[in-house]
Design a protein around this ligand. Structure first.
Ligand SMILES: [Ca+2]
Ligand SMILES: [Ca+2]
Length: 340
């Protein structure tokens, strides 16, 4: 008896933890297998044949059965391979239990212009039903536009973007768009190279924030980015928030930021993981750089209204060792970390 007790309690805790994190739209705690008399009264179909998630369209599915049964709709992007699963237990599928805003289950995002296949499977019924439709424009998550639409429109040294290999030789350093690995749309941004000049710094990509996106009054926000690590124990991704602290305006300006007169607040993430990982850092976790020449000489006022640049920098502890990171879909989200 004692033994069972020890096994059951952790299991219960495990399941309740799972349920909290479970984002699938599962209706109830039980499954119901279709009986031998089960019939599909009206076939599986969808609401929109072309869905524009970017402008707020929502897709939903339709089907009717002669009895309640557990069902699953798996939506799969035929180009992206992104997946969204919707489950329920009912005698009909309709807007109330199958609406979809273009979100995805795992890391990969649905893509603009792609064909998707939706498969309805009913527990205990042999043949699933399939329908196809098109996503004309993929979902735009909150805070993604301001952070540059997942690097899709990245242009070297434009007002919105800046890339710096710093003092290292450009032939041993790379910073630019790549098509693999990536999570969203066509491109991700890769930083790679060797720290030849022994300053631990390989390169950084910088996003300029639009004015009035962040305000002095709201410090409850997260900086999020997907990073692809290669299991290195010596390289790190440093996110640095550059504030035009001494601005005479209530806001900062990109022209006003000076490394030797303003403030940079930073947070470092070891790149000791393999593959994609979502990184979310609350504003309160960023600490001021000790580097006097790069954001450590300002008045030290942490005012998000004056935040003008978000830098993603690749650093290494080891001279001569190659380091790399790939980034995709940076966002700034309020009150909650990014949720896909
Ligand atoms: Ca992208
Ligand atoms: Ca300034």
């Amino acid at each position: 008896m004692k033994k069972i007790f020890y096994y059951v309690i952790p299991l219960l805790l495990f399941f309740s933890a799972c349920q909290k994190e479970e984002k699938k739209e599962f209706i109830g705690p039980e499954y119901k297998v279709a009986s031998s008399g089960f019939n599909v009264v009206s076939n599986f179909s969808f609401n929109l044949s072309n869905v524009n998630f970017a402008t707020g369209d929502q897709q939903f599915f339709k089907a009717q059965f002669n009895e309640s049964a557990s069902w699953t709709i798996e939506v799969k992007g035929l180009t992206s391979q992104a997946v969204k699963t919707i489950t329920g237990l009912s005698d009909r599928v309709d807007e109330s239990n199958s609406s979809w805003l273009g979100t995805h289950d795992d890391f990969i995002f649905f893509q603009s212009g792609e064909e998707v296949e939706a498969t309805l499977s009913i527990l205990g019924v042999k043949d699933p039903q399939k329908v196809n439709f098109k996503i004309t424009n993929a979902r735009i998550y909150p805070g993604a536009k301001e952070m540059g639409n997942g690097f899709e429109g990245w242009v070297k040294n434009s007002p919105e973007w800046w890339y710096s290999p710093y003092f290292d030789k450009s032939d041993s350093i790379f910073g630019g768009l790549v098509t693999a690995p990536k999570l969203e749309e066509k491109y991700a941004f890769k930083l790679s190279g060797i720290d030849n000049n022994n300053n631990f710094y390989i390169g950084a990509v910088r996003r300029t924030l639009p004015r009035n996106f962040l305000t002095s009054a709201n410090k409850d926000f997260y900086v999020n980015v997907y990073a692809y690590g290669n299991g290195s124990n010596t390289s790190t991704l440093k996110i640095s928030l550059k504030h035009d602290s001494d601005s005479k305006f209530s806001y900062g300006t990109s022209q006003g930021y000076d490394d030797k007169k303003d403030d940079a607040y930073e947070y470092s993430i070891p790149l000791n993981f393999n593959g994609w990982k979502l990184i979310s850092v609350h504003y309160s976790a960023f600490t001021r750089t000790p580097d006097k020449d790069f954001g450590g000489s300002g008045p030290n006022i942490k005012d998000p209204g004056k935040l003008v640049f978000v830098d993603f920098a690749l650093l290494t502890k080891t001279v001569g060792e190659k380091a790399e990171v790939v980034l995709d879909y940076p966002t700034i989200t309020f009150e909650k970390a990014f949720m896909q």
